[in-house]
Design a protein. Structure first.
Length: 246
């Protein structure tokens, strides 16, 4: 199988299939963030989520387990019952539990899934100790992933290629670059957007000049979703901006 040794920046915008293996440069031990795009049909978990009616899904978190991956997902769907039925029929879904339901437009439903598939994208992320900073999609998924270093990124890509997962690398940047470009707090694009909008509307002022409903309307999401993005963003600002300096 052909092998390449490339600076990750040169990989941006490329799609990879099974004829590619990535060897990182030596002495490239720094934490990096990679943003990738992948069709739902290219990984089993994405495929399972598109078997039913159209839905938009956000990955809340991914819990590692010795025997399986346990993702928590938020789902927006017009027919949530049909979505559940379709998902339960997938053999890799060994358990599906509805945890919460937020009523707004099509509503948002939180699920816990026990996912038993050893050769899937989610397992690949866990195998190389990657962290999912943000993941959402429908027919196409966008992931923002953090890796300890370029070696881990290489391992992740090689896992994907060996398991016939084709994806596109949209952007790669180191944490040092994140500091220079204002991404040092590891905010996701959606968290950053929500925080900036909240500040512009006067949400953080006393008394507040904006409500979560108003922020949600501007973003096209529910007030609960707006609250989640703002709280998540504030938590990252405190954790990465203050606690790391104590």
């Amino acid at each position: 199988m052909p092998m390449e040794s490339l600076d990750p920046v040169r990989l941006v915008g490329r799609s990879f299939s099974t004829n590619f293996h990535y060897i990182p440069h030596e002495h490239s031990h720094m934490s990096i963030i990679a943003e990738i795009s992948i069709p739902a049909t290219e990984f089993r978990f994405g495929e399972a989520l598109t078997r039913g009616p159209p839905a938009h899904i956000e990955l809340e978190r991914l819990i590692p387990s010795e025997e399986m991956a346990i993702p928590y997902i938020w789902v927006e769907c017009e027919d949530i019952e049909d979505f559940e039925r379709s998902l339960r029929e997938f053999r890799q879904v060994t358990n599906l539990k509805r945890l919460d339901r937020l009523d707004h437009n099509h509503g948002r439903t939180l699920y816990r899934i026990e996912w038993d598939e050893k050769q899937d994208l989610l397992v690949g992320i866990l195998t190389v100790h990657g962290a999912i900073l943000e993941a959402h999609g429908g027919n196409e998924w966008k992931f923002q992933l953090r890796f300890d270093d370029h070696d881990r990124l290489a391992e992740f890509y090689n896992f994907c290629m060996d398991t016939n997962i084709t994806l596109r690398l949209d952007r790669v940047f180191s944490l040092s670059e994140a500091y220079r470009h204002g991404r040092m707090f590891e905010l996701t694009p959606r968290q950053r957007e929500a925080l900036v909008l909240a500040a512009k509307l006067g949400y953080f002022e006393t008394p507040s000049r904006a409500t979560l409903n108003e922020i949600g309307e501007e973003l096209g999401i529910s007030s609960q979703a707006a609250s989640k993005r703002i709280r998540g963003g504030v938590e990252k600002l405190v954790t990465n901006g203050l606690l790391t300096t104590v």
